[in-house]
Ligand binder design. Structure first.
Ligand code: SF4
Length: 329
């Protein structure tokens, strides 16, 4: 992986943030494009937010991209544009928690901070038979203390990388290779035949439903788009005009909420469900066929279809627009 071959704290930081919620296979391309577009702290700090979000388009959890840029601007102001080397300064940056701070401190600066990700939690809780939920305060604390105690203080980067790789390749979640594992003799979970039961979690994430009704309004080779507010889901991204609801709306309710004059010319064209960690998004797309009289609201603009690729849209909307205009224009 390209980020394993560098000691540049900026590049390690970007890779850690991308990989927080993204698989390595998908994250690698995003990482390479991001670093190509913003090769250093200066270029990221001075970019337009829309450019940063565009590079993040499709990765989800967009607050990561906004936090990266805010932290880059903070580094310019507080640390004269030089990435801080002290753990306390690193963790004070927006979007950097104990995991990322430990990763940057150890990988970039060889400082003695143990990295605790899901792989490390699994290896330690199995090997030492820690019967605490890994998402409980007590469980997290016990594993973090143990990881810090075990850390090889002389070569923290190598130790951290080794234990994470061990969890990813040997002590895997579903089919750990216990028969060939070099730690099998001392592994307590193996001895007590409870490898499959460890680690475990206490809470189940409760998902709520959210309903979005989007309207594709186009005039010749332009469509109406708008930018989402800077808070909440998909903050700062572009979208189509829409109605948002916490419960499902009937067709009549939708018609009563919109102020288009040509209500009869609204046609349902697509509906999908998109799952996020805490939300089930129920998305319905309508096409306003006769839209020549439509007047844009203050927050809306007409944008050329051929220019849409320069804006960052939420993934389900981008997929829809790509397919719609490929087949219709
Ligand atoms: S023996 Fe099995 S459960 Fe124990 S550390 Fe090795 S791979 Fe993991």
């Amino acid at each position: 992986m390209p980020w394993k071959e560098t000691k540049d704290p900026y590049k390690i930081w970007v890779s850690e943030i991308i990989l927080q919620q993204t698989r390595v296979a998908q994250g690698k391309d995003y990482y390479l494009r991001f670093i190509n577009q913003f090769p250093d702290i200066d270029s990221l700090a001075s970019a337009e937010q829309t450019e940063v979000l565009k590079q993040w388009e499709g990765l989800g959890y967009y607050s990561r991209a906004r936090n990266l840029q805010q932290a880059a601007q903070d580094i310019i102001h507080r640390f004269n544009g030089v990435f801080p080397t002290k753990y306390d300064d690193i963790i004070s940056l927006k979007g950097i928690g104990p995991y990322s701070a430990a990763a940057i401190s150890s990988f970039a600066f060889e400082q003695p901070y143990a990295v605790v990700d899901g792989n490390v939690q699994r290896v330690l809780s199995r090997h030492f038979e820690i019967l605490l939920a890994i998402d409980s305060t007590e469980g997290k604390k016990r594993i973090a203390l143990l990881a810090q105690k075990l850390l090889d203080k002389k070569q923290p980067a190598q130790f951290n990388q080794a234990i994470m790789d061990f969890g990813a390749l040997i002590c895997t979640p579903k089919a750990p290779k216990c028969e060939t594992c070099p730690l099998s003799k001392s592994c307590r979970a193996l001895k007590n035949n409870i490898v499959k039961e460890i680690p475990f979690k206490s809470k189940k994430v409760k998902k709520t439903d959210r309903f979005y009704y989007f309207f594709l309004i186009h005039k010749e080779d332009h469509i109406v788009i708008q930018r989402r507010p800077n808070i909440g889901i998909w903050a700062g991204l572009h979208e189509l005009p829409n109605i948002e609801s916490h419960s499902a709306l009937s067709h009549a309710e939708i018609l009563s909420k919109i102020n288009f004059e040509e209500k009869k010319s609204i046609k349902l064209i697509h509906s999908i469900q998109h799952k996020l960690t805490h939300l089930n998004l129920n998305i319905t797309l309508y096409h306003l066929i006769n839209s020549s009289q439509y007047k844009c609201h203050k927050n809306q603009r007409l944008e050329k279809v051929s220019e849409l690729s320069t804006f960052a849209f939420p993934k389900p909307l981008k997929n829809f627009l790509d397919i719609f205009f490929m087949n219709n224009i």
